[in-house]
Design a binder for this molecule. Structure first.
Ligand code: SF4
Ligand code: SF4
Length: 84
């Protein structure tokens, strides 16, 4: 089943997680300094306590399948209340 992408936004920073692309290799889970990543029953990445994410980018650097993308939220979007 297709999994929707997750988007975490804090201030002007945004982490997008393309769960569909996850192969369950565990690399990001072992590397996340906040310890907030794990696999669900379907062996796809999930984040718990995601408010502790520091947007360090380690997960994006480690994932061989480009699941994570860090970006700045454009000011125009923030003025409208964040990404839609
Ligand atoms: S950006 Fe850093 S703290 Fe946030 S999920 Fe990725 S590795 Fe963990
Ligand atoms: S590194 Fe990428 S493919 Fe591996 S478990 Fe993490 S999100 Fe999934």
């Amino acid at each position: 089943m297709t999994q929707p992408a997750l988007q975490l936004v804090q201030g002007d920073r945004m982490l997008t997680v393309q769960r569909d692309w996850c192969k369950g290799c565990n690399l990001c889970i072992r590397s996340c300094p906040a310890g907030i990543l794990s696999l669900d029953d379907g062996e796809r990445i999930v984040g718990e306590g995601i408010a502790r994410c520091s947007f360090c980018g380690v997960c994006a650097a480690r994932c061989p399948d480009f699941v994570f993308t860090l970006a700045r939220v454009p000011e125009a979007q923030m003025a409208m209340g964040g990404p839609q």
